[in-house]
Design a protein around this ligand. Structure first.
Ligand code: ZN
Length: 157
């Protein structure tokens, strides 16, 4: 197990909770769900994201995979945050999260806090460039799954 970066206590607690009790573990049948696989060779993190998109809504999401605490916690938070959201909103959240990871300051802005909720607990990771790929893996893989869903499935409405 790789070591946790030194996050503040509250943030560490949130991250470890998602790591110990990951949300939305499992798989969805494909089709109708879309699957994308992500790999972070720097750390050995692997993740598969399954998304079920109906109309413009993400009605279900499941994850499998393994890796360090940051990658696993981040994927769990991602799944909890996007389930039930519109595809467009999920993409905005991905952009927000990536902003957070590349921000100069490790203190999230008020706006970011409001939009990201507990996901902001990962903000401290941005101070550790080598771990950023651990945190963004799930989000990049989600984007891949959403892209696939949009190009290969004619949407109604
Ligand atoms: Zn990792």
């Amino acid at each position: 197990m790789t070591q946790m970066p030194p996050l503040n206590d509250l943030y560490r607690e949130i991250v470890m909770d998602h790591y110990r009790t990951p949300r939305n573990r499992g798989e969805l049948p494909t089709p109708p769900a879309r699957r994308a696989d992500g790999h972070n060779p720097l750390c050995g993190d692997e993740i598969s994201v399954f998304v079920l998109v109906e109309g413009d809504l993400i009605t279900d999401v499941k994850l499998t995979g393994h890796g360090c605490s940051i990658s696993q916690a981040s994927s769990s938070m991602m799944s909890a945050a996007i389930k039930g959201r519109r595809v467009e909103e999920a993409r905005e959240l991905v952009a927000r999260f990536k902003d957070l990871m590349t921000a100069e300051s490790s203190e999230p802005s008020e706006d970011a806090l409001r939009e990201l909720g507990e996901i902001a607990a990962l903000s401290g990771v941005s101070k550790f460039p080598v771990r950023i790929k651990c945190a963004t893996l799930a989000w990049n893989t989600l984007t891949q799954a959403l892209d696939d869903a949009e190009t290969s499935e004619p949407q109604q409405g």
